[in-house]
Design a protein around this ligand. Structure first.
Ligand code: HEC
Ligand code: HEC
Length: 350
């Protein structure tokens, strides 16, 4: 039997849809997490692209967007109270203004999106990945698609990537082609992404997500299970002078110039850096600052565990029950929801 939609059932249908939509939005509003990037090998100098000097950012409308993106990235605190809620700047984790190879550089990321994610069966555009870092690493509220902020950071990321690629493939003297805001926000791994021929010839889609130097290179597994006791010893001897006895970092005249590693000014429980393995990779390569690759692998694991066993801002997906949130979103190497010193980590989050 055919079911005929009567006017009444149509109205009821519309009402149900209206009731459902806010919920669907609520679910969609947060990117599912700062999901882990594919494992990356360390790339040596010469293997990865070199970004152009900032003095080569062109004059004009496009160049202004690139400059604005750079400024937001290094001084993200200018978005304090709008999109940023802690005391972090993007550059704290993506070093040298997002240009440093093996420190999750913007250029490596830019060419890898749109990316298909099995976990939520969804394609993520570049701007959505940016939104993830606002929501979690910056403990903030992500700017909307098409906001001047996301367009600017996308433009800056694109300029870093394309300038480096053009230099590598013999187009040193040519300016980076201007793209529409819409294309800028999608990312370099789109099928219809336009590149100079000399670059396109070297960069089929199969290679774009794997530019040498992308991500934080994976370090070998710790020989011993990471230990909070050993981690504390490493922390006090090699990190506390800058990051503070209680992980609070350093502030002068209210300006945070060395980032907090835990506590209210730090990244939240949904951020990628709270995973022990991600932090261990980052720390081994980059810390103590300017003296990377000086800790042993074991020390990097131990100190990453120590830092990430402390309280920090709550996971924004938290609905009142830490164990629920942990079960749903924390199926990885981290302390959220585990018991440390007789307390459930996450239960006193800010
Ligand atoms: C507390 C450290 C931290 C801060 C601050 C931070 N990020 Fe991230 N970011 C990460 C981590 C960790 C990842 C994921 C790396 C992984 O899982 O291996 C990531 C991933 C990314 C990626 C994707 C990288 C790729 O190769 O796919 C982009 C793009 C990005 N962040 C942009 C930003 C922007 C823009 C800001 C500032 C608004 C920011 N990040 C602030 C830690 C941080
Ligand atoms: C000489 C000062 C100094 C020392 C010592 C130092 N750091 Fe850092 N650390 C920094 C600065 C500065 C940054 C931000 C980098 C930037 O903005 O370019 C940083 C960033 C970080 C971050 C990024 C996360 C965030 O929340 O923004 C982590 C994690 C980190 N350090 C861990 C460590 C660990 C672990 C040690 C000890 C092994 C250590 N650091 C030693 C100065 C230091």
């Amino acid at each position: 039997m055919r079911i005929q939609l009567t006017a009444k059932s149509k109205i009821i249908g519309a009402l149900i849809t209206m009731m459902l939509i806010p919920q669907a939005f609520a679910k969609e509003a947060l990117v599912d997490s700062q999901s882990e990037l594919p494992d990356a090998k360390k790339s040596e100098i010469g293997e990865h692209i070199q970004t152009r000097d900032l003095t080569r950012i062109p004059e004009g409308e496009f160049g202004d967007k690139v400059k604005k993106g750079y400024a937001l990235f290094v001084n993200s605190q200018s978005m304090q109270g709008t999109y940023v809620n802690n005391q972090q700047n993007c550059v704290n984790c993506h070093m040298q203004a997002g240009a440093k190879a093996n420190s999750a550089p913007l250029w490596g990321a830019y060419m890898a999106y749109p990316a298909y994610r099995k976990k939520n069966d969804k394609v993520n555009d570049f701007y959505e990945r940016l939104q993830g870092c606002f929501t979690y690493s910056m403990d903030g509220k992500a700017p909307a698609k098409d906001s001047p902020e996301l367009i600017a950071i996308s433009a800056y990321s694109y300029w870093l990537a394309m300038g480096g690629l053009m230099d590598k493939h013999g187009l040193e003297n040519q300016p980076v082609p201007v793209l529409s805001d819409e294309m800028l926000q999608i990312g370099g791994n789109a099928e219809n992404f336009k590149m100079p021929k000399a670059v396109a010839a070297q960069l089929p889609m199969s290679k774009r997500a794997k530019l040498p130097g992308r991500s934080y290179p994976k370090i070998p597994k710790a020989e011993l299970e990471p230990s909070l006791e050993r981690g504390e010893i490493v922390y006090n001897s090699s990190c506390a002078s800058c990051h503070g006895k209680s992980g609070e970092g350093l502030k002068e005249a209210g300006v945070q110039y060395i980032p907090a590693l835990w506590g209210k000014d730090s990244f939240n429980w949904g951020a990628g850096m709270h995973r022990v393995n991600t932090a261990a990779n980052f720390i081994y390569e980059n810390m103590p600052i300017a003296k990377g690759e000086q800790l042993s692998y074991q020390q990097a694991w131990d100190v990453a565990a120590f830092i990430n066993s402390h309280e920090r801002p709550q996971d924004p997906r938290f609905k009142g029950d830490v164990s629920e949130t942990a079960k749903k979103y924390h199926n990885h190497q981290g302390y959220y929801g585990k018991v440390v010193n007789d307390k459930t980590v996450g239960s006193e989050a800010f």
